[in-house]
Design a protein around this ligand. Structure first.
Ligand SMILES: [Zn+2]
Length: 95
């Protein structure tokens, strides 16, 4: 995927694959955004690295607290330099 800036108003979502612990990045756009796709709660979310994640079945979960080492490198590399700091805007686990 070529790197391009995140659309304005886009939110970065962190999605953990529960089996591997790897945290992928997905973009969430507000429903009124011109690039937004219709949101269905059971629809798969496509991560930046091209994986489909499914909200049902417990294999993936949206997370807000994880270590930087869990971040998916492929997802991270799709971000522009200006957007890359946003991948680290998450809470760290307390040791
Ligand atoms: Zn990924």
């Amino acid at each position: 995927m070529p790197r391009r800036p995140l659309p304005e108003q886009a939110e970065l979502r962190f999605i953990e694959a529960t089996r591997t612990g790897k945290v992928h990045l997905a973009i969430h756009l507000p429903a009124h955004h011109p690039e937004a796709t219709p949101v269905m709660s059971l629809a798969p979310v496509v991560t930046r690295c091209g994986k489909f994640t499914f909200p049902v079945g417990g294999r993936h979960q949206t997370v807000g607290r994880f270590t930087d080492a869990q971040l998916c490198g492929a997802c991270y590399r799709t971000l522009t330099e200006a957007d890359q700091p946003r991948a680290f805007e998450h809470d760290q686990p307390t040791a």
